[in-house]
Design a protein around this ligand. Structure first.
Ligand code: ADP
Ligand code: 5GP
Length: 196
């Protein structure tokens, strides 16, 4: 079994931004981002902005998604918003560990708790916290990629999700982005140093 780092938070808290910054950063003595590989989830939602199939997500029809659920191809899956499913394919885990890399997950709060339960001490679970609910709303709106209906669904879900932060190994407050990325890097370096 390899190692995994998982990021969870309500939508708009900055998981994707922090992961992209981290993966695109220079190697340090203790962490080479080339050793980390993003787990590409499957989803039934449509691509947003510049998103690409096979890079950001595997974009599947609901029929195909459900067929794969039936074939037991998912480690976990959730209907995160009514009508929209997301899930982690077991094949992603095999692909990444076969390459000897550390898996990076971006999953919703329930998915994060389930994956942590499954991997135990082999996973570091990170909760990304917004500085406030008001800032979270501003960020969701300024991202400019979601319809008003999608924003309302996301905000409605966030209050319950924020309460679950204590179930994670670490909480990172995403106020200043560079500070949050530096702190994320430190906790990952500590985790990998202990684990290797
Ligand atoms: P998530 O992946 O958790 O849904 P995103 O990474 O898409 O969230 O971030 C939501 C929006 O907030 C994006 O427009 C992003 O550019 C912006 N954002 C993320 N982190 C910060 C930050 N620290 N300061 C200001 N804006 C941020
Ligand atoms: P978005 O539509 O903003 O990309 O993602 C919406 C939510 O679905 C986010 O909280 C994201 O972390 C979550 N998500 C993405 N992939 C998965 C997955 O494979 N499993 C679960 N449980 N949630 C996921």
């Amino acid at each position: 079994m390899g190692k995994a780092i998982l990021f969870s938070a309500p939508s708009g808290c900055g998981k994707t931004t922090i992961i992209n910054e981290l993966m695109g950063s220079e190697a340090s003595e203790h962490l080479d981002p080339k050793d980390l590989t993003f787990s590409i989830s499957a989803t039934t939602r449509a691509p947003r902005g510049e998103e690409q199939h096979g890079k950001d997500y595997y974009f599947l029809s609901r029929e195909e998604f459900m067929q794969r659920v039936g074939k037991n191809e998912f480690l976990e899956w959730e209907e995160v918003y009514s009508g929209t499913c997301y899930g982690t394919l077991k094949s992603e885990i095999e692909r990444i560990w076969n390459e000897g890399k550390v898996i990076v997950f971006d999953v919703d709060v329930n998915g994060g708790r389930n994956i942590k339960k499954y991997f135990g001490g082999d996973a570091l679970s990170i909760f990304v916290m917004p500085p406030s609910v008001e800032v979270l709303e501003q960020r969701l709106r300024s991202r400019g990629t979601d319809s008003e209906e999608a924003i309302v669904k996301r905000l409605a879900r966030s209050a319950e999700e924020l309460k679950q932060a204590p179930a994670f190994d670490v909480t990172i407050v995403n106020d200043d982005l560079q500070r949050a990325v530096a702190e994320t890097r430190r906790v990952i370096e500590d985790f990998l140093a202990v684990r290797s």
